[in-house]
Design a protein around this ligand. Sequence first.
Ligand code: 76R
Length: 288
Amino acid sequence: MSTPTMPRNTRTDLPAAEIPPASLEGWYVLHQSLSVDWPALKAADPAYARGAVASFVTLAERWATDAEPGWSGVYRVAGGGVDFLVLHFRDSLDRLIEAGHELQLSPWGDYVLVREEYLSVVELGLYALTRDLVGRVDPMDRAAWDDALGEALAAEREKGFVRRRLQPRQSEHMPYVCYYPMDKRRNPGQNWYALTLEDRAALMAAHGTVGRRFAGRIAQVISGSMGLDDWEWAVTLWAADPLEFKAIISEMRYDAASAEYAEFGPFLVGKRLSAGDFEALLPSPTAR
Ligand code: 76R
């Protein structure tokens, strides 16, 4: 797997209180939202339309099972002005670019328009680890800091649950998806990036405590997009029951990390398509 060579907090010129959290990066992620050109599909020769849907089925099956290292999932979306969300995870940006173009190149590409795309990379923000390290090693002592941080990151990466977070899989039992981009605020007097490391770590620990109350009900992927796309993170949630999205997001909105510092982009909610569901995409003969 491609791994970051430089931790984010190489800013050893900064006082310890101000350094950014170290992070680990995993798979690259592309969120694509697509709408179907329904008039064109309905007007198409039925045999050609069936072939186009079949090419989508083939692609979706290959993406789900045969795109290692990585996978892609296709979701049918409720509202949002689009019909599908495709979520691609790949181990390199090169492979992600290819995956993002595959659909348009297939016969099904004649009937879909890409509405939005969002690029990010799975990110584990290591606030507690960074704060604890600052307690032991002076970041201004460059060599000692690099050694200690390198060692701590390597140890972190060895953990099974860390690897699973960096290369996320969707559980069959959680077919619903909720996706939106997020920023942390940079308003005067309400600027996440001007807080001390101590304060940011405390806020994120409280955030994690709320999040863990949803263990087994919500699976979440946080992917960072600073320098990659317009927002700072993409949040992707999976659940067995879509009401869990409302529950966790409402609860977090009262928690300081979100209440005071979060800005949200547009939300999309959908359900993963399984092979049998694709037939339903074909307009019935009476719809013509
Ligand atoms: O140390 C800790 O315990 C915290 C681990 C943790 C981090 C670093 C964590 C836990 N998150 C982190 C980072 Mn999260 N998360 C969101 C949202 O709707 C909202 O208000 C926010 C959207 C949800 C629902 C969610 C869920 N998280 C982040 C970041 C990056 C911030 C940064 O680096 O500064 C964002 C934008 C973000 C947003 N988070 C959890 C959850 C859940 C369910 C957990 C607990 C998961 C677990 O530990 O198993």
